[in-house]
Design a binder for this molecule. Structure first.
Ligand SMILES: [Zn+2]
Length: 420
């Protein structure tokens, strides 16, 4: 296995900072110190005391308890967090990729590393409290307790408060790694933000994405280059496009939308088709998990029973099934939104291509396979018309993000794309 930061594509500055922090963390352990330098407002009062304990590690480059990884989707926020977690558990303190600490963390089986991946639209307070409680225990491997929270922007307010408490008074060997799109107050509360060190990731350039697809996934170079450009810097999406014919088919259907918009009726048809495709994609991705979960729960609860207390047990079972259904519904909604958003990003790429062509900007197209079509659009619409259409797609994304019903937002977008 190569060293743990190898898959963090195009993020050289972040990697330098994380390596430095991991080395500082290892130094803390070697010194047998129990405290870290907290980030944020508290650091002013405690730096002097901690300095002695950490052997004078510079707080700006040293280790701290709470981190936020920010960046656009696909930039590798959770990849960075996992790699950093591995470097913290690495027996050499470097993230060598070879030792048991690195191996188990990267494989998702390290006893002291917990990855929280919300399945629904939000992370609830119950889940967060349980997590914080476990995170306070002594690390079984003698190094750190690491909690990675993917999509920290999906914390409920109550869950955020539970987390804030833990970050404000961190257990001595616990490290929180949060991932969020940005440090905007909509994504992460100002108080949590003020206690964390921020690691900004950028959208990785297409050549860097293509390189990792070739090196790690064994994908042919020409396919990798095409997929990296089409995925607009989203590493996971690029890999799916390169490997999954279904994903390629769905993308082609989305990119066929602009030439199908020949009238009002066609615009509504295109809206329905886009929504239904997102629903179908989402259903395919969650149905199997739903069925497995339900079967497992029913087995765990047992079927029937006539003894004393059976009625009470049945009531409890009904409650648990209801809870499971609620969670599954939330996950399905999320999967639908994600699928629709991917489609909108593809569509935005098409109009962006038309715009850059109308402006004769010397940049490569996002979608090489529809470049001719985008060129025709550029001639017909000019820069202004292309820009208005691009803005219509982006407005649709923003509306759905703001909880406008997807069908309504998509219909409005299709009409705007048709009218220009
Ligand atoms: Zn290692």
């Amino acid at each position: 296995m190569p060293e743990v930061f190898a898959d963090l594509v195009g993020q050289d500055e972040a990697v330098v900072e994380l390596r430095r922090a991991a080395a500082a963390a290892a130094a803390v352990l070697r010194a047998g110190a129990s405290a870290l330098v907290p980030a944020g407002p508290a650091s002013g009062d405690t730096v002097a005391a901690d300095d002695a304990a950490t052997g004078g590690v510079d707080p700006s480059t040293g280790m701290t308890h709470a981190w936020i990884f920010t960046g656009p989707p696909g930039s590798g926020r959770s990849v960075a967090a996992r790699a950093f977690a591995a470097a913290l558990q690495c027996v050499h303190g470097t993230g060598c990729g070879e030792c048991p600490g690195c191996h188990t963390t990267m494989g998702g089986t390290h006893a002291d590393v917990r990855m929280v991946v919300p399945e629904g639209l939000s992370i609830g307070v119950g889940e967060m409290r349980a997590l914080v409680l476990r995170a306070a225990s002594t690390p079984s491997g003698g190094r750190w307790q690491v909690v990675v929270i993917e999509d920290a922007d999906r914390l409920t307010e109550a869950a955020g408060n539970a987390l804030l408490k833990a970050i404000e008074e961190p257990p001595p060997r616990t490290v929180f790694l949060l991932c969020a799109p940005s440090t905007h107050p909509d994504d992460i509360s100002v108080t949590i933000r003020s206690r964390c060190r921020v690691v900004p990731l950028r959208q990785p350039p297409a050549p860097a994405v293509a390189e990792v697809l070739v090196r790690r996934d064994g994908i042919a170079p020409d396919v990798a280059q095409w997929a990296a450009a089409a995925a607009q810097g989203h590493v996971g999406r690029a890999r799916r496009l390169a490997r999954d014919p279904e994903a390629r088919k769905r993308r082609e259907a989305v990119l066929a939308v602009p030439r199908r918009l020949t009238g009002v009726g066609a615009a509504f048809d295109a809206a329905s088709a886009l929504i239904e495709a997102a629903e179908a994609e989402a259903e395919a991705s969650v149905t199997e998990a739903d069925t497995t979960e339900r079967a497992a729960l029913e087995t765990a609860l047992g079927a029937g029973g006539t003894g004393r207390g059976a009625a009470g047990a049945m009531r409890g079972a009904a409650g648990q099934l209801k809870e499971l259904e609620k969670r599954q519904k939330s996950r399905a909604t999320r999967a639908q939104r994600d699928a629709l958003d991917r489609a909108l990003v593809d569509l935005a790429g098409f109009y962006r291509d038309a715009l850059t062509m109308a402006l004769r900007a010397p940049v490569a197209p996002v979608h090489t396979d529809t470049a001719a079509l985008a060129g025709a659009g550029a001639q017909k619409w000019d820069a202004e018309g292309s820009l208005r259409r691009l803005e219509a797609v982006l407005a649709c994304r923003a509306a759905i993000e703001a909880n406008v019903k997807p069908r309504i937002a998509v219909e409005a977008m299709m009409l705007a794309l048709w009218k220009g």
